[in-house]
Design a protein around this ligand. Structure first.
Ligand code: HEC
Ligand code: HEC
Ligand code: HEC
Length: 104
């Protein structure tokens, strides 16, 4: 019985750690652009009050898995993906702030 309880504790802790090991507390690096890699910070977005659902929904980033959606500047400028917010209203405008995302 004790062993079973311990196993459950380990499983639950494991699940919690997995859930936290993602966007808040984690960064994702998108390194395909010639402008330099973009480091996406889960913590910055969480601290700015953005909820998971605002990004992880069928229109934006349906899967919680890197590399499932191709991000292009055309889509961003059209107000899709990152550009849904990075348009100068909710967050800094992509067109005028290349180097706030792309770091060499
Ligand atoms: C501002 C937008 C945004 C917010 C908010 C956000 N995410 Fe994400 N998340 C992304 C993007 C973009 C990806 C990569 C998707 C892709 O490449 O297809 C991603 C990927 C992930 C991944 C996969 C990481 C990997 O290594 O593959 C997990 C897990 C995840 N998000 C969980 C969460 C959770 C949980 C929350 C809320 C606490 C959250 N995300 C909030 C944008 C966001
Ligand atoms: C749901 C709205 C939303 C989406 C979608 C979103 N962001 Fe943000 N982002 C914000 C807010 C709000 C801030 C903090 C306020 C600000 O800096 O203008 C922020 C801040 C940032 C910063 C910090 C810049 C700095 O100088 O501190 C980076 C980098 C960034 N976002 C990249 C991205 C990328 C890349 C994507 C797409 C994968 C994305 N964001 C999608 C709302 C969003
Ligand atoms: C809100 C964050 C953000 C800002 C601001 C931003 N980008 Fe990007 N950009 C990205 C992301 C994310 C990708 C995808 C990179 C990847 O898939 O590895 C990307 C991809 C690119 C690409 C390759 C794909 C394509 O669409 O051609 C180029 C070139 C590029 N950016 C140039 C720019 C320039 C120039 C600016 C400023 C005028 C800029 N970016 C501003 C986030 C941003």
């Amino acid at each position: 019985m004790k062993k079973l309880t311990l196993l459950l504790v380990v499983l639950v802790l494991g699940a919690v750690t997995a859930a936290l090991a993602v966007p808040p507390g984690k960064t994702l690096t998108f390194d395909k652009s010639p402008m330099g890699p973009v480091v996406f910070s889960g913590t910055v977005h969480k601290d700015a009050g953005v909820s998971c659902k605002e990004c992880h929904n069928p229109e934006m980033f349906p899967k919680m898995k890197q590399g499932t959606v191709e991000i292009t500047m055309a889509k961003i400028y059209a107000g899709e993906l990152c550009g849904k917010c990075h348009n100068g209203t909710r967050a800094f405008e992509a067109k005028k702030n290349c180097t706030r995302c792309h770091k060499k």
